[in-house]
Design a protein around this ligand. Structure first.
Ligand code: ATR
Length: 526
């Protein structure tokens, strides 16, 4: 079982124990008391004796990224006191840096007296020794040497290595390290790109992972909170067979997709987890990372949502790899979905256009399949990437598409590719269309009072469906005016729900839980 340890910087006994009690309440297995600046031996013993959870004691040296500036003799004396505990209570673990352990035979001997190991003669000593090594800058070139030294140290029960991830690829090194099983191992990557190593620690059978009580109390960059680990990243459901998905982009830190897809996995009982996957913009980064993740079989990396700036990179990659590309994604020139099929082959598709068609068809009276779009009059506003997906999708269904754009030449160029018509934006009569879809950025934050078209008084009883792909804000000026004019409307969240739902169905084979997805996005709006 992989433990969840909550780190607590100890300032007083009371606050530390209160924090530990909260950690216990929220499902942590262990607390790490960071006693870097809490250095009274008697107090440290009370800390251990009255801890509401089993504990790990760490007095991280300043030279290893911590705050403890005691000299080594005093620091080790503090750990000795901690290790012996009080009133029959000892810590579960003591942490000591490999570097300190290697430096002094005297220190090794002292620590050896207060931790449990094969040649320990005292029966009242139970703490296990975690030897640890950290690099806050990069991957340590001599990591292997360090790991072997920890494995060879007889008093060392657990190996801990933490380093700053240079990219997502470093997570695979962490998984490989755990899989070597030299001893129970903690292998964690720091920084945004290191999150997979922290969440998937359980999948790979690491000894423990760290999660903070809240965002202010993290002890390492990229550490998730306990709430995120348990509720967002599905900790309790993870096992060695869990399939891994993610959102590839740059940046992805604020993406709604992890909350969205993980809630879907939970709702349908699918054994998957979905992570943010930041990859630097250049193609070689995309390619190297995706290959490394795909080729490491125990990861079960099975698919990804792909967003800016990688949509063209995905198409290029799948072409190079001889994978299967959805024909319309190829025509549009952008893909947003990567899937690994059950036979191991790769697939790239575009669910943006599918989302537009699905949402439109569901809003039509009566709602039917895409075939009902044949002959419908569609006004696409804009001539950028989003408009291109809409035009391609509607044209493929035999709809009559007109592209309306501020810059007419761009509308003409787009229309010519798909046998559509082109007009200047200011010539739009919304009542002449069955669907008006805004694919411009007009109305987007911060220009929330702007609108690409208006709805004048009319004698006509016909009303178009009005669809705004802008989702920030969700209720745009365009949609408000359309509703006032009696139109049925679709917003950018529905677009997001539908494109994610199509990905979800492709990956899992399950019926997508649309209402769960809508609820996740509604909750994030608040
Ligand atoms: P995306 O790839 O997200 O669709 P894009 O390629 O930047 O975005 O396209 C933005 C679209 O919004 C374009 O059609 C742009 O019109 P132009 O081709 O004339 O630039 C349209 N757009 C942006 N700001 C606009 C504005 N203030 N008024 C009208 N159209 C606007």
């Amino acid at each position: 079982m992989t433990l969840i340890a909550v780190p607590i910087f100890v300032e007083s006994l009371e606050t530390a124990h209160a924090a530990a009690a909260r950690a216990a309440e929220h499902g942590a297995d262990l607390v790490e008391y960071r006693i870097d600046t809490f250095t009274q031996p008697a107090e440290v013993q009370s800390l251990v004796a009255r801890s509401p959870l089993p504990c790990l004691i760490t007095a991280r040296a300043a030279w290893e990224g911590g705050h403890c500036d005691l000299d080594e003799t005093d620091r080790v004396s503090l750990l000795e006191h901690a290790g012996l505990g009080a009133d029959g209570h000892t810590p579960a673990y003591l942490d000591l840096e490999l570097k300190a352990y290697q430096t002094s035979a005297n220190l090794r001997q002292k620590i050896g007296l207060v931790v449990d190991h094969p040649s320990q003669t005292r029966s009242d000593v139970t703490a296990g020794l975690i030897l640890s090594t950290h690099d806050f800058e990069t991957f340590p070139p001599d990591l292997d040497r360090r790991i072997l030294a920890m494995a060879d140290a007889p008093a060392c029960r657990i190996i801990k290595a933490a380093w700053r991830a240079r990219s997502l690829r470093d997570n695979i090194d962490a998984f490989e390290l755990i899989n070597r099983k030299l001893k129970p191992t903690i292998a964690l990557c720091m920084g945004e790109a290191g999150l997979p190593s922290r969440v998937l620690a359980k999948k790979f059978g690491a000894h423990l992972t760290f999660a903070s009580l809240n965002t202010e109390s993290t002890t390492a960059p990229g550490q998730p909170t306990l709430d995120e680990l348990k509720n967002l990243y599905r900790w309790d459901a993870l096992d060695s067979q869990t399939k891994v998905y993610g959102v590839i982009g740059h940046p992805v830190a604020h993406s709604a997709s992890p909350a969205f897809h993980n809630a879907g996995f939970t709702a349908t009982g699918f054994n998957g987890v979905y992570l943010p996957m930041p990859i630097a913009p250049e193609y070689e980064h995309f390619k190297a990372t995706v290959i490394r993740w795909l080729d490491y079989a125990p990861l079960h990396f099975s698919g990804a949502s792909v967003t800016l700036p990688h949509k063209q990179n995905l198409l290029k990659f799948i072409k190079e790899q001889g994978g299967d590309i959805e024909p319309l994604a190829n025509t549009i020139g952008a893909a947003n979905t990567l899937a690994r099929k059950s036979d191991g082959s790769l697939y790239a598709g575009n669910t943006d256009y599918a989302a537009i068609l699905d949402a439109t068809c569901a809003a039509m009276e009566p709602p039917k399949g895409h075939a009902q779009l044949q002959g419908k009059i569609i006004a696409v506003l804009g001539a950028g990437g989003a408009a291109r997906a809409a035009v391609a999708g509607f044209a493929a269904q035999g709809a009559h598409v007109t592209v309306y754009n501020r810059t007419l030449e761009k509308a003409q160029a787009l229309a010519a590719e798909f046998d559509a018509s082109a007009k200047p934006l200011d010539q739009l009569d919304p009542y002449a269309a069955d669907l008006v879809i805004n694919c411009t950025s007009v109305g987007m934050h911060p220009h929330i009072n702007a609108t690409p078209t208006t709805f004048p008084q009319t004698q006509s009883t016909h009303r178009p469906i009005v669809f705004d792909t802008v989702y920030n804000p969700v209720e745009t000026q365009l949609l408000r005016q359309a509703q006032a004019a009696g139109c049925n409307t679709l917003n950018g969240l529905e677009m997001f729900v539908r494109q994610g739902a199509a990905q979800y169905a492709l990956w899992t084979g399950h019926q997508p839980p649309l209402d769960v997805f809508r609820a996740v996005l509604e909750a994030r709006k608040q």
